[in-house]
Structures are given as structure tokens and as C-alpha cells.
Design a protein around this ligand. Structure first.
Ligand code: HEM
Length: 341
């Protein structure tokens, strides 16, 4: 925050959110932040961020190509994967070495409690360095872009909805009276929670998904001329489902389905018509982390800035940028005015 302009100059909060979530993700998973939010970020951190972004885009392209993925070629993609591995590998090896050392120390009763990181927990499982790296990167990919997309969608709406922003700020001030938020505070802020749910409804970071039937299956609806009859799905059949359009269906959400209206969450209790984190046994295990992280960020911005507004040059309606996740096509440009400024 310290590095952001304080004088009403416009800043792309989407760019900020992607850096922030890379720093938080690497800190939480690896125990070492990439530090790319800092204007003085190291060359290594910067190269890692560039390579990670390019690698994720390459993964998205390969998923789209399906069985033709082996034909995907982008010289920079190979280079980017190598760079990401070169960044993560020494951290993984050090964690495995530390876990082995701690294991033998624990044996001789001289070990001490260390701070939890995902990598440290994984490193003590005794799996190979490559597998450990793959697990860590898998979670980083799942955690980082999704959370950044949610944050940038939230800033996009915050800057365009002064009335909603005023209600949020009033709730934050009432609850916190100027102090830093704690876990319970964030959970207690009803309007903030509605706001985030609404951002996930209109702008789900994962806008579509696919399942494959592992056996012959009969779905209760979807067949017949009007889609209300059962439908047969043979084993091996891919079924694509559109979360983005389901979240905007008028028959499920009402005539104002396209409007950003946090108040709707006072009464709606959706089931499978609301799937930002998917549902069932493979529901996102990181959802509480993402909700907490986003709540914290929004609260801190509402505390620090008296006004967040979209610049006159950035008033056009939301457009999509869909790679592995769906972000704001034109970026999330916001003019920030410091409180008391
Ligand atoms: C707003 C942020 C997030 C959104 C919208 C989101 C969304 C999703 C969705 C839709 C899935 C299901 C994918 C599928 O089944 O095909 C998923 C899975 C997953 N997410 Fe998240 N996620 C978010 C943040 C996070 C975070 C912060 C973490 C980790 C700290 C995380 C870790 C995972 C993992 C490990 C899976 C795979 C679970 C499995 O396959 O059983 N996610 N996420």
C-alpha cells in the first residue's frame, strides 16, 4: 500500500492484485515471498513473476487444445517453465534438507517448533523433490490467479458504485473503529461478505468447468425439447458447464440478475446455481483462505482511502480476459484518495 499513489492518480488494481497474491501465495506455500509488490523487487522475483504468468497462460492454451496439446509450441513457454523451476527448486531442496535434519533432531529430542508452511509440511512426507515442486506449483496456480481475479473484480465494482462503497466503509468503521481487522471481525461484517459473494456471482474467476462421466449416467434434467426431461450421459462423455451464465440466469436470480446488488444475499440461499468454488467432493479447499484474504485487502483499502473511483478514461463496461481464469479485460483502474488527504 505504501507504494501506491495517494493523490488521486489512477492505478491498475488488477496488476496490483496479481502481484499481491503472488507474494502472499509464495509466502504461505514456500515460506519465502516473491516480493514483487515492492517497487524495489529483486531481478529474480521479477523474472519469476514474468515466468509464472507466462507459464499459466501456456497451461490455459494447452487445456483448450485438449488432445492436440502436444502440438502447442511457444518458445517463451519452455523458457518460462524452466525459470519457474529454477526459482522454486532450491527452496524445495532446502525445505527437504531442513525436514530431514528436523527429523533426526526430533529423534534426539533437540528439535524446535517451526512456523507452518505448506512446503515444510510436504517436505516431511518423504516424496521426491520433483513431486514436491509439482504439488507446490499446483496449489500456487490454484490459489494465485483465482484470488487476484476476485480482488480485481471487487475493486472494479467498488470504484463504480459510490453508494455501495459508502455502506462498506460505514460497516468497516463501525466494526473496527480504526484498528486492524482480526479474523472474527472479517467474518462478522455482513455487508462485506455479501459484497464479495456478489463479486463472485457476476465475475466468477473460473467461469466454466468440465466433468467426464466415469460410468453411464442419467442426469435428471437437460434432455427433451425444453431441457426438462432426463438426459443420458455415456461413460467417457465430457460435460461442460457454464458457471458464468448460470450465475446470470434470470430464471434463477431474478430480473435484476445482471445487476451488482449485494443486498440480494440477505434472502438468497443458493445451491448448485452458485458455483464459484465448485461443489461436491472436489469443492475448492482454499475458499476460506481466498475469502479471508480478499476481505482483509478490501477492509484495509476502505480504511486507508476515503475515495476509490474509476477514472473518466476507464468507464466502459466490464470486458473479459479469459486465460486459465477470467479477469477484467480493461484492467481495474482506480483513483485512490487517501483519508484526510
Ligand atoms: C477466489 C479464489 C478462488 C476461486 C474462485 C477458486 C475456485 C476453485 C474451483 C472452481 C475449483 C474446482 C476445480 C474443479 O473441480 O475443476 C477449485 C479447486 C481447487 N482450489 Fe480453489 N479457488 C480459489 C482460491 C484457492 C486458494 C486460495 C487455494 C489454496 C490456498 C485453492 C486451492 C484449490 C485446490 C488445491 C483445488 C483442487 C481441489 C481438488 O481437485 O480436489 N483455491 N478452486
Amino acid at each position: 500500500m505504501a507504494a501506491l499513489p495517494k493523490d488521486g492518480q489512477a492505478v491498475d488494481m488488477q496488476e496490483w492484485a496479481f502481484r499481491f497474491t503472488l507474494d502472499v501465495g509464495t509466502e504461505f506455500l514456500l515460506g519465502t515471498s516473491s516480493g514483487v509488490l515492492d517497487p524495489q523487487a529483486t531481478e529474480l522475483g521479477r523474472r519469476f513473476a514474468w515466468a509464472f504468468n507466462l507459464g499459466v497462460d501456456g497451461v490455459a492454451q494447452k487445456i483448450r487444445l485438449g488432445s492436440l496439446a502436444p502440438l502447442y509450441y511457444n518458445a517463451d513457454y519452455g523458457k518460462a517453465c524452466k525459470m519457474v523451476h529454477e526459482y522454486v527448486d532450491p527452496i524445495v531442496l532446502a525445505a527437504i534438507e531442513a525436514a530431514q535434519k528436523t527429523g533426526s533432531e526430533r529423534h534426539s529430542n533437540v528439535g524446535e517448533e517451526k512456523r507452518y508452511t505448506f512446503l515444510a509440511a510436504l517436505a516431511s512426507e518423504g516424496i521426491s523433490p520433483k513431486k514436491t515442486r509439482d504439488h507446490v506449483l499446483n496449489i500456487l496456480i490454484a490459489a494465485r490467479d483465482t484470488s487476484a481475479c476476485l480482488m480485481s473484480a471487487a475493486f472494479f465494482e467498488l470504484a463504480r458504485q459510490p453508494g455501495i462503497q459508502a455502506k462498506l466503509r460505514a460497516e468497516v468503521d463501525r466494526q473496527l473503529e480504526g484498528r486492524l481487522p482480526r479474523y472474527d471481525d472479517l467474518k462478522d461484517m455482513t455487508y462485506l461478505n455479501w459484497f464479495i459473494k456478489e463479486a463472485l456471482r457476476l465475475y466468477p474467476p473460473i467461469p466454466m468447468n468440465i466433468r467426464v462421466a466415469n460410468k453411464d449416467t442419467m442426469l435428471p434434467v437437460g434432455g427433451g425439447p425444453d431441457g426438462s426431461a432426463p438426459i443420458f450421459v455415456p461413460a467417457g462423455q465430457e460435460v461442460v458447464y457454464q458457471i458464468f451464465s448460470t450465475h446470470r440466469r434470470r430464471d434463477l436470480w431474478g430480473e435484476d440478475a445482471d445487476q451488482f446488488r449485494p443486498e440480494r444475499w440477505e434472502t438468497v440461499r443458493p445451491h448448485f446455481q452458485y458455483l464459484p468454488f465448485n461443489g461436491g467432493p472436489r469443492i475448492c479447499p482454499g475458499q476460506q483462505f481466498a475469502l479471508l484474504e480478499t476481505s482483509f485487502v478490501l477492509v484495509r483499502f476502505l480504511q486507508e482511502y476515503s475515495r476509490l473511483e474509476a477514472p473518466a478514461t476507464s468507464q466502459q463496461p466490464w470486458t473479459e480476459n479469459y486465460t486459465l481464469t477470467c479477469s477484467v479485460g480493461q484492467g481495474s483502474w482506480v483513483k485512490l484518495t487517501k483519508r484526510g488527504g
